[in-house]
Design a protein around this ligand. Structure first.
Ligand code: ATP
Length: 326
């Protein structure tokens, strides 16, 4: 029995969360869900966007499923990442039918360091203008590279690509590259290669099929994952995971979409794929694979699709069509 903290949040977060829970309930697994509040509605009702009880709930659960938060997203999700020390951000880049993907055979994972690099918030004004500091530590570099290789091993991938700009950022990215190869030695069965980030940005467009797992620092990972989203047809179907040693949180990349909230027309697939990533994290690989195959079948057959995918079905209908195939 897995204890799952469920935080639906705002807008379509609630609808896509119900859909994902319906799918999880149709796997052969046992879950105990405990619901927590967070987001704009919570801020209006209780005066705080992320109450202490929700943090406690997240800390004592095996995993957290998060829907979406509106204006208060930064206060909620950034804080949850910090308090749970979720150092790895995972963004899959995979082509699905019915989407505007540049190629139909893309399937790789971007593993982004989530705690340091350019996003440490160390900016200051100087006499001439402004300065931003970029922090790369040996500890965080080793931790994220180790995660990427372990992930590759667990999911049957054969290669990890380290991405950096060590020719210019000689000291900081030099350290990242050094730790990447140091860690790779522990994983003799997995090929290790490295590229500069600018070259990688081009290869993602010209030969994305050649990647299996990419591991990189915070800012580069942020940019490459949105490029990845563009390559496979936009943010619509994209899930994400935030993972630490003592917790993990899974959420769709899209936000609360207030324009379509409450209409039962939101596409639940990004949330369902986030739940699928949670199963992978919990080592329930068989069930995770079944969910992925069910989504592929539903998309291929153009069955019960929501309006953004060209259909006229509801959020719940699409979830039911996926659940039925499990
Ligand atoms: P937020 O401020 O919470 O980020 P937003 O509307 O600015 O909300 P998104 O929620 O990412 O940003 O949505 C951008 C647009 O994409 C929305 O206007 C919506 O029409 C569309 N969209 C987002 N998610 C979905 C979804 N799951 N299904 C269908 N359309 C979606």
């Amino acid at each position: 029995m897995y204890k799952i903290a469920v935080i639906p949040g705002d807008g379509i977060g609630k609808e896509v969360m119900d859909a994902a829970i319906h799918v999880l309930d149709n796997t052969g697994l046992n879950f105990k869900y405990e619901y927590g509040e967070a987001g704009d509605e919570c801020l209006d009702n209780c005066g705080i966007a992320l109450p202490e009880e929700t943090i406690k709930l997240a800390k004592k659960s095996d995993s957290v499923l998060f829907g979406a938060a509106g204006e208060s997203a930064a206060d909620v999700i950034v804080k949850l990442r910090q308090v749970l020390d979720l150092y790895a951000n995972l963004r899959p880049v995979k082509s699905y039918p019915q989407t505007k993907s540049l190629f139909n055979d893309i399937d790789f994972m971007i593993v982004r360091e989530n705690t340091e690099g350019m996003y440490v918030g160390l900016e200051s004004e100087s006499d001439e203008g402004a300065i931003a500091e970029r922090i790369i530590t040996a500890k965080a570099s080793k931790r994220i590279c180790d995660y990427a290789f372990k992930y590759a091993q667990k999911t049957g991938r054969t290669k990890v690509t380290g991405v950096h700009k060590a020719n210019v950022l000689k000291i900081t990215d030099g350290l990242f590259k050094e730790k990447f190869y140091e860690i790779s030695e522990k994983y003799g069965d997995i090929e290790a290669e490295d590229y500069y980030v600018d070259a990688t940005a081009m290869y993602l467009l010209t030969r994305p099929q050649s990647f299996e797992v990419i591991v990189t620092t915070n800012l580069f990972g942020d940019i490459l994952s949105d490029e990845g989203a563009g390559i496979v047809g936009g943010l619509g179907l994209i899930p994400s995971a935030n993972i630490g040693d003592n917790g993990a949180l899974f959420e769709p990349v899209h936000g609360s979409a207030p324009d379509i909230a409450g209409k039962q027309i939101a596409n639940p697939i990004a949330m369902i794929l986030s739940a699928k990533m949670m199963l992978e994290h919990l080592n329930e690989l068989e069930e995770a694979k079944k969910i992925d195959e069910a989504i592929l079948t539903v998309l291929k057959n153009k069955e019960s699709l929501t309006p953004d995918l060209g259909g006229n079905s509801t959020t719940n209908d699409l979830a039911k069509a996926i659940a039925k195939l499990l």
